[in-house]
Design a protein around this ligand. Sequence first.
Ligand code: HDD
Length: 747
Amino acid sequence: MESRNPAEVIKDAVSAVTGDRSPDAPGTPGSGTPTIEEPTTPTGPLPPKREQGQPDTRTPTGAETGAPPTAFGQQGAYLTTAQGARLRDTDHSLKAGPRGPLLMQDHHFREKITHFDHERIPERVVHARGAGAHGVFTSYGTAANLTRAGFLKHKGKETDVFVRFSTVLGSRGSADTVRDTRGFATKFYTDEGTFDLVGNNMPVFFIQDAIKFPDVVHAAKWHPDREIPQAQSAHDTFWDFVSLHTEAQHHTMWNMSDRGIARSFRTMEGFGVHTFRLVNDAGETVLVKFHWKPKLGVHSLVWEEAQIAAGVDPDFHRRDLYDAIEAGAYPEWELGLQVFPDTPEETFAGIDLLDPTKIVPEELAPVQPVGKLVLNRTPTNFHAEVEQVAFHLGNLVPGIDVTNDPLLQGRLFSYLDTQLTRLAGPNFHQIPINRPHAPVNDMLRDGFHQHAVHAGVAPYKPNSLDGGNPFPTEENSFVDVPVTVTEAPKVRDLPVSFQDHWTQVRLFWLSMTPIEQEHIIRAYTFELGKCYEQAIKERQLQCLANIDPVLCQQVAAGLGLPAPAPTIELSEVTPSPALSQVGQQWPADGRLVGIVVDDTDSDGVAEVREAILAAGMVPLIIAPHGGKVGALTVQRTFATARSIEFDALLLAAAPVPAPDAVPARDEKAGAPRTAALDPRVNLLVDECWRHAKAIGGWGPGAELLQRIGLAETPGVVTHDTAAGALAAVQQLMASHRVWERFPATVG
Ligand code: HDD
């Protein structure tokens, strides 16, 4: 991958993030840059987007077509029908006279409307809302003794990847920042075939047996009568199910924790969840769990921020991902493995490795880095790539095999099956985004949407007519690890060890810091407070009592219900600090810093802006109006800015209310606090403060923070100079949030 000068990268970030386009670069026809008038000169098809390479165009046989990526859809300069006949008018349908009825013979009209009528495909039954990006995985070679998979084995080996992030519950158009699990699905286009790692941002799952998947999804999605609520677990059917089906309690607490409201896809961990089996060149096996560790650390929104973002910018995560990549601030993760001996018991430290509701604490089995993922290219076409990508756990490569985890086993069926409807037929592996980058020579033939023109007459084995082709081979082939299947009666049952539904959820709870525990309490209180059925709330309180009495009492108090006593003996657990998101320092790459200026005060802003860029962050100038303030280009106005967009706020000014500003509540009441401050700036400061973000001011900005009584509070810095204010804010940003502002009341 080409590395770029950081200053250049971040300068680009500003225009990418803000959508600003240089006024010195007027559009040229066909360049994709808009001009004021419709261009009249024909030019070639649109070029691929800046910095975007060509999507893979290999046919399923692996042969190169040599055609440019857009050739099929966009050739030549002129508008044509789908059959290539040139058109002179696409604006008027064919009529019997200008005022007459449409004529049935209008082929162009019928082709255009018919195709449009069928533009959408069924959304995914779960994980419908998503965003994807291309990238590269580079192996460290550290897994060479564990697996024969080439993409992991060879140090420095680069493999193309496509990653799709998603929420689980909402429809395609739902908001990004809802409380939910996030999907983290990675397609590795390896030389030995495609490997799909279809994981989540949480390491456990609601159910232990795949046969329960329709149950949990029916309970968690909208109510069937009115199809509400959208993208929410805060409703009766979800809590009805999880309080009865208590193996769901562990995953439910992860959802109620800060992990359920990720700050960004870039700041999420990813987990393969199940235990997989690796096999090396010598045929030796180990059991492993896959982990993705984000370079920027694991960060979350706060609940109010997530709710505001869902309305103000429903595309919050999608935008963040694409802006970062297009700015050159490429998101990175390390792939890591927890490695366990492959023993007949398939347990580690007493934990059943086949139970997908259990983790193995990292303190017991450290995550060993084996490679790095960099996402460096946004999709060229969302439908073609993000919507049509099809993941499947059965897409394995030599060196990686499955275990008998009953959830994993069931998933092996579901993914292929669902694509048959979603992508309308059995040939979806020929869609460009799903094509392997390894040569393909299968004997699958015909079917809907067959794109390959297969040669030969003998797609069967054995044959002599095609010279016996294609040939099976021992060389580099996938071999199912010949694990012994125990002789056992057929049963519909699970192992006894799967019946402990409480120890690990207590482990998670006790591993959280007090502020994280407080967030969990508030999340349960909010979600159960949205339920109508008293019996469901009481049943879930009983579950909480079986996890921890403090948790139960606090949620019960919030609901105004009595806290029940536990019905089980609470387990002794050793907390796992690795589960907490708090207490470390993280790089501030790509963080957005809002700078409030006005026409009177912008002293020091230009220098601060440069310093923010140099630190790898993105400055956004917020002013009363668009255009320019002095020499500064305005990126957000008081009307378009909202606090959720910024990771920290700097005040260079104390803007007075504009004539069009909505009066502040305080102002109406005559309170002195904000009377002289524009209410929209007041809201910005107020929300940043409530959401535990660092705030800094100098000059009139510092005076303002003094005046409104925030200057002495934790995480709010005032300074004589712009540089001093920025330095202090930067230091605060390394911890992501200023939790000291809100001393936790639990713990
Ligand atoms: Fe699943 C999609 C992750 C259990 C059935 N799943 C899907 C996606 C992710 C996961 C990330 C979106 C893929 C994409 O972006 O296209 N699913 C998981 C994880 C699970 C899990 C981490 C548990 C550890 N899933 C699971 C079970 C079943 C399914 C038990 C069924 C028995 N999942 C599906 C599906 C989906 C899907 C219906 C919907 C769309 C698709 O597959 O392509 O087949």
